[in-house]
Structure formats: C-alpha cells, structure tokens
Design a protein around this ligand. Structure first.
Ligand code: SF4
Ligand code: SF4
Length: 428
C-alpha cells in the first residue's frame, strides 16, 4: 500500500515538474505572500474562503517547485521532512483549479511583483489533466471536440440546417468554402445552437460593408477544449484544423467569434501551440467591425435610448486588449451608454469562463459568485446589457434568472446589424 502511494506521489511530482518552466519558477520565487490576489478573485470575494486565494490554488505545483528546484526544499526532501504531493492532494485541488477558476486573469493584474497567476493556472491544469485529475464533464467535452469537431457535439449537418434557416429569414446567402474570401469566420457551438442570429448578423453586416467572407465546412468550431482542460497537444490539434482550413481557402484573416476563450486560444496561444507563425491574421469580430466602422463601411440609423451597459468578456478585454472597439461600436447604436464600475480591463468575470460552464459540478459556486456581477449591474441599474461572448450571455441570463432580475442581454454584433442603415448600403 505505502509503495503504491509513493509511486502515485512520484508520478504526480514528475507530471508537475514537467510543467515548471522558467516563468513559473520565477513567479513562485517572486511571491511575497501579500495575499493581494485574493481580493481580485470573485471566488474569494464572494465566499470569503481563503482556499480560493489564487496563489493557494497552485499549492501542489508550488510544493513540487520548492522540493525539486530550491536548495531548502531539496534538503528537506532528502531528510524526509518534506510532504510529497499525493494523488489525494490533487483530488482535493481539482475543485480549486477547475470549478473555481475561470482563468479570467484578474489576479494577474494586481500582483505587486507581476506574477501571471493565470499563466500558472494554465500550467497547473496541464499537470492536473496529465495526472488524471480533470473534471469528467470537461473530459467529455474535450473528447467530443477531438472526435466530432465540437465540444457540444455539433456536426456539419446541424450547421447546414441553421444556415438554411438564416438564409430563409434574411434572404441572404451564407457563403461556405469560398476560396479567396477575405475573411474566414469561425463560430462557437453555442452560437450555432443557441444564437444562430449571429450568423444572420454577420451576413447582413458583411453585405452592407461590401466585404467577402466565408465559413468553412471542414473547420467551423472556434472553441478550444484543449486549453480549458489543459492538454496542449489537443489544443494544438484543434488550432491546426483552423490553420488548415484558412490555408486551403487562402483567406487573409480568420475572425474569432463572440466567444472569449476562442480568441485567446487562436490569437495568443495558437502560433505557439502549432510551433509556427500563421500565414493569416487573427482578429476578433469586434476588431473587424470597428475597422470597418473607421473605414466608413458601417453606417447605422437610429439609436437605443434606454440605459445600455457593456459586459467586458475577460478574454476579449483583459487578456485580449479589445476594450475600445466595443465602446466605439456601441456608440453607433446607443445614445445612453453607461459603464459599470470596474469596467474595461478590470471587469469582473461572469463566473462561467475557463470551462466552468461546461462543468456541471461547478454550477452551485458559479451561481454564488454571480453575486459580484449582480452588484456591478445593480450599481448602475441599466435597462439592457450588451456583450460579445455567447458563453457570458448564457451565463448572465442564467444568473439574472437565479437572482430574480430582469434585464435583456444582447449580442453586440447582432444589435449592430439591427441598426444598419440599409439605404447607406447601396453607396458603399
Ligand atoms: S484567474 Fe480569475 S478566477 Fe482564476 S484565480 Fe485568478 S482571479 Fe480567480
Ligand atoms: S499577489 Fe502576487 S505576491 Fe501577493 S500572494 Fe498573490 S501571487 Fe504572491
């Protein structure tokens, strides 16, 4: 029995040792234990439980770093004074690393010594997944992403059916597999199944702006379960599918949809994952729309006069830097835009990113920490909320319902499409 335990401990140690790169080691050695990261994390602020302090979520990996890479730790291990990382410990930490972290990046913004805790959580998840400690729901979503091409199991015929509905509704053609188009638009399964209006919106906007675009029948899924669960090989395979489709269709730009982590996965992690620079650009849909606005290719008519606010998706604003573009676009259709407190790069997460929404086990804490978003909303009493991530939208709607609040939650792209000035289209 004790031999089995020591084998498991050794396996866990080796798995985490492989994840400790130079930045991770530097971050651990720089930590001054100030605890400031705690107040940045909604899982701590809404529960008051110190176990949700971001740096504490990394404790198993910190232990391995200490015992394997520091003199005092090595000595303690040699003398039998160091407690090893056990599978039991990892089982306990699974909830902290997956259920109660959305990889929102807020903790990384406040650390006085510049530790990128989110990067470390990403590394931690690699170790957890490799040692068999990933949540079963996330494992299932990842398996579907690899085998079927979508974490929700959405296949091409389902997309084709939605395209047919959109074409009937809008009278527009949704281009698929058009070689030489300027833009290749990616979608998330959630958009295809829950918000197909997004497809109609981009069809309207791109026709209005007079630009060419296409979907790919071979790679239409933008989300990346490999990143969420923490398996880089899978993340790379999913990115490579998009690279292959973009290369085959010879597009200039791949557009990441209204999804937060898909943007991080493709734009910021993508080239590193596949080990090669892309031959095309990657932009978020909001970046493209704002560029078209600046070029005078988007003309709107009429304004929403009700108080309207914007929820910044973490991966798009804080981690992605797309902060001004949504506000520029909102002003095209709103005359009464109000910011929530802490908006922009310091916005609070909706509580469902980083795979939390795919992990049913996390439902209770997800709803509990929504209190933070509720407080932000209550502070300004808006009459509508707009966002640019379908996962945020679904979860905010869910949270509002749980907290008995009534507030329309809109897609930025879809709302912009509704306010296009069709008369101006002919002149573009
Ligand atoms: S990334 Fe966000 S959710 Fe995760 S520990 Fe940091 S602040 Fe908390
Ligand atoms: S804020 Fe930075 S230095 Fe302070 S405890 Fe957290 S990781 Fe350590």
């Amino acid at each position: 029995m004790s031999q089995t335990i020591s084998k498991l401990s050794e396996r866990a140690t080796q798995v985490f040792k492989q994840q400790i790169d130079a930045p991770t080691a530097a971050f651990f050695s720089s930590c001054v234990h100030c605890g400031m990261c705690a107040d940045a994390c909604l899982f701590y602020t809404e529960t008051g439980d110190p176990k949700y302090t971001p740096i504490h979520k990394l404790e198993p990996m910190r232990k391995v770093w200490q015992q394997e890479y520091t003199l005092s730790g090595k000595l303690a291990k040699l003398l039998g004074l160091a407690k090893p990382v056990t599978d039991e410990m990892l089982t306990e930490w699974e909830e902290l690393v997956y259920d109660s972290c959305t990889m929102c990046g807020r903790c990384s913004m406040v650390c006085p010594v510049g530790n990128d805790l989110t990067y470390m959580i990403r590394k931690m998840r690699e170790g957890m997944a490799a040692s068999g400690h990933a949540p079963p729901d996330l494992a299932g979503a990842t398996r579907r992403a690899v085998e079927i091409g979508s974490p929700m199991g959405v296949k091409l015929p389902a997309l084709q059916a939605q395209i047919r509905h959109v074409e009937e509704d809008t009278g527009l053609t949704v281009p698929v597999d058009v070689e030489g188009a300027e833009y290749l638009c990616m979608l998330s399964s959630m958009e295809i199944m829950n918000f197909p209006e997004y497809i109609g919106a981009i069809a309207r906007i791109f026709k209005h702006a007079g630009v060419s675009w296409t979907l790919s029948s071979e790679a239409f899924e933008a989300t990346n379960s490999g990143i969420q669960i923490g398996v880089s090989e899978i993340a790379a395979e999913l990115v490579q599918r998009i690279v292959d489709a973009a290369t085959k269709l010879k597009v200039k730009t791949v557009i990441s949809p209204e999804c937060g982590h898909a943007y991080t996965a493709l734009r910021w992690e993508g080239p590193n994952l596949v080990g090669k620079r892309f031959d095309f650009e990657v932009k978020h849909i909001l970046e493209v729309l704002d560029e078209l606005r600046v070029a005078g290719k988007i003309k709107t008519k009429g304004k929403i006069t009700e108080r309207l606010t914007y929820h910044d998706p973490c991966q798009i604003s804080r981690r992605g830097g797309v902060v001004d573009q949504p506000r520029n676009l909102i002003k095209e259709f709103s005359s009464n835009f109000v910011e929530m407190p802490d908006s922009g790069v310091m916005n609070w997460c909706c509580g469902a990113g980083g795979g939390v929404s795919s992990n049913e086990r996390a439902d209770e804490i997800r709803i509990k920490v929504f209190q933070r978003k509720k407080d932000q909303i209550d502070a300004i009493s808006p009459e509508a909320l707009v966002s640019a991530c379908s996962n945020c939208r679904i979860h905010i709607e869910d949270g509002l319902e749980e907290y008995h609040m009534e507030l329309p939650v809109l897609s930025l792209t879809e709302t912009l499409a509704e306010y296009l000035d069709d008369a101006a289209e002919a002149q573009t």
